[in-house]
Design a protein around this ligand. Structure first.
Ligand SMILES: Cc1cc2nc3c(=O)[nH]c(=O)nc-3n(C[C@H](O)[C@H](O)[C@H](O)COP(=O)(O)OP(=O)(O)OC[C@H]3O[C@@H](n4cnc5c(N)ncnc54)[C@H](O)[C@@H]3O)c2cc1C
Length: 388
């Protein structure tokens, strides 16, 4: 049995349907992503065609209702999918996660007309989606955002810029958090902006450490006109919509760390079983065995914690938000550490691109920063513990 399959199923009872979902995602990852992941990374190539292949598999609207083509699955199901995809490529998996965040925001907060207009094309992956919250002057303090939308006749006119937007320029629709009212969270709204909206443009692709297969650009609004019927829910509802998207997104990004780190551990296990030094296989050195033992223990603890947090979200448990934050913090920190430990076990070869581990270390580093930094996760957890 493949190590990843064994690791994912042995510690948590999955039902038959969940096992089938997991196997489907693992097969797609092995056949369609893994063989090209290093090449995409090297060439900074966005594989839109392969991403679109996930639509017919039901991955364009994993937890979107089925009347608009969604798969109507749960958060634990989603975590299994992202873990499996990221075993092949965390960047690919993360892009699918962001797309799903937007699809679920429209599903939950859109009206019937909006759901019918956007979701069939998003769930099929004919259209790809990006999530636009961060601005040049506001990241962690997202409620300080300044991009303004002013109602003018039947349109909103947007001015401002979003920073670090994943998939910008490649995506077809953008869920944009804008200010329609006073300062603070209550003055924020969410508008769905199509790529061809007049006045919308994109900055240069950022040179970044990892996630090379997807673009990261500014999204710029200069008197950008968007039909008023693209406003989700009412004016002032946007901060809640953005945070609802992130609750699931945080678990997904943790799953992306888990899958990537499992892949690094699997590579380290294979390598240390072959490599010789001082007359023996290096996996016979106890120092190295202990490190492998710790990596396995830390990943299994992460897996159980993450699955438990996803189950809480599925059950709408009152403390699900705190658990999402705890799982995001713990699993992304652990995932990065395990991947970095795996690199060390390969010695100099771990530092070479062709061995695949340095890419995993680079890719997993950003998971500690985005979807709320791990410091902000601690802020959320502490607030839940001791109040504001
Ligand atoms: C590759 C990449 C892709 C991204 N994709 C997207 C995307 O698709 N959409 C999107 O909207 N955003 C995206 N982001 C933005 C990301 O969410 C932000 O970078 C992140 O939220 C942090 O914001 P900041 O960079 O402005 O850092 P800041 O908020 O300026 O934080 C700087 C430091 O201060 C710490 N800090 C801030 N406030 C506190 C506090 N109260 N207590 C303790 N520490 C604190 C932070 O943890 C951090 O260490 C992406 C970022 C990257 C790097």
């Amino acid at each position: 049995m493949d190590a990843a399959v064994d690791a994912s199923t042995s510690q948590f009872e999955l039902n038959e349907e969940q096992r089938a979902i997991q196997e489907m995602a693992q097969a797609f990852a092995a056949d369609r992503i893994a063989p090209s992941a290093l090449d995409w990374d090297r060439r900074k190539y966005f594989p839109a065609d392969v991403i679109r292949e996930t639509g017919p598999l039901g991955l364009g609207g994993i937890y979107v209702r089925d009347d608009v083509g969604g798969s109507a699955l749960g958060r634990l199901d989603a975590v299994l999918i992202f873990e499996a995809l990221s075993h092949a490529d965390p960047g690919f998996s993360s892009f699918i996660s962001i797309h799903n965040m937007v699809a679920s925001m429209i599903d939950r907060f859109g009206n019937d007309e909006q759901r019918q207009r956007f979701l069939p094309k998003l769930t099929s992956m004919e259209w790809l989606a990006s999530y636009c919250l961060t601005e040049p002057g506001s990241g962690s303090d997202a409620a300080a955002l300044k991009t303004r939308a002013v109602k003018s006749g039947g349109d909103y006119v947007l001015n401002g810029a979003k920073q670090f937007i994943s998939g910008a320029g490649d995506s077809d629709v953008y869920a944009v958090m804008v200010r329609t009212g006073a300062d603070g969270p209550k003055g924020i709204s969410t508008i769905v902006v199509p790529k061809d909206a007049p006045g919308l443009s994109f900055g240069a692709n950022e040179h970044k450490m990892g996630w090379h297969m997807q673009s990261t650009r500014q999204v710029i609004f200069e008197d950008c006109k968007v039909p008023a019927e693209n406003l989700l829910s009412g004016e002032g509802a946007g901060f809640g919509i953005a945070m609802a998207g992130l609750d699931g997104g945080r678990l997904n990004i943790a799953a992306c760390s888990l899958g990537g780190a499992q892949s690094a551990l699997d590579k380290a296990l294979s390598y240390t079983a072959e490599r010789k030094a001082f007359g023996s296989k290096i996996n016979q050195f106890q120092a190295l065995q202990f490190r492998l033992a710790d990596m396995e223990t830390e990943l299994q603890a992460s897996r159980i914690f993450l699955y438990a947090a996803a189950s809480k979200l599925d059950r709408k448990a009152p403390d699900a938000g705190k658990w999402s934050a705890m799982a995001k913090r713990f699993v992304t920190d652990t995932g990065f550490k395990v991947a970095n430990d795996a690199l060390q076990l390969l010695g100099g070869y771990g530092y070479l691109h062709d061995y695949g581990i340095e890419k995993l270390v680079r890719d997993l580093r950003v998971h500690q920063i985005l979807e709320g930094t791990n410091e902000i996760m601690r802020v959320i957890i502490a607030r839940a513990l001791i109040g504001r």
